[in-house]
Design a protein around this ligand. Structure first.
Ligand SMILES: *[C@@H]1O[C@H](CO)[C@@H](O)[C@H](O)[C@H]1NC(C)=O
Length: 136
């Protein structure tokens, strides 16, 4: 295969890759973190890094979302300079936002991030941000 063709295929793959990411919103929530909807209530399934979140109804997938991992990036918010530029996090779904014991900072978000995860990509004084996310 020629080098030019190879480079072209590589660019095409990168394009497809960026197209499979979804756009949505993220809120945040703080402790107590009790996985009432996932893992039969077993909190040992939580990543020790605290990089986790709860699934909004759009990705809850009737419980199949438990344990799925997503790459998440902040793209915009109501207040300027809310997103921390160039930051992408990887989080694990450990609960369902609709029923989480600790309530989300905003309703109807695509996902609700732990405060630790949210802070890594945005100013935590925002209650809702626009995100790009992709299952990994
Ligand atoms: C976060 O946002 C608040 C409110 O808009 C602002 O007062 C604060 O300076 C911001 N923090 C950072 C680190 O940008």
């Amino acid at each position: 295969m020629s080098k030019a063709l190879c480079i072209f295929q590589c660019l095409l793959l990168m394009l497809i890759h960026s197209c499979v990411a979804d756009v949505g919103t993220a809120a945040h929530y703080g402790p107590p973190f009790l996985p009432t909807a996932c893992f039969g209530g077993d909190a040992s399934q939580f990543p020790s890094s605290n990089m986790f979140g709860s699934a909004g109804e759009g990705i809850w997938d009737n419980g199949a979302a438990c344990g799925r991992e997503y790459e998440v990036r902040c793209i915009s918010a109501a207040a300027p300079k809310t997103c921390i530029p160039g930051q992408t996090i990887q989080i694990k779904i450990v609960d369902r936002a609709e029923t989480s014991v600790s309530r989300p900072s905003a309703r109807a978000a695509s996902m609700v991030l732990s405060t630790t995860a949210f802070r890594a990509i945005a100013n935590a004084s925002a209650s809702l941000i626009n995100i790009e996310f992709q299952q990994v």
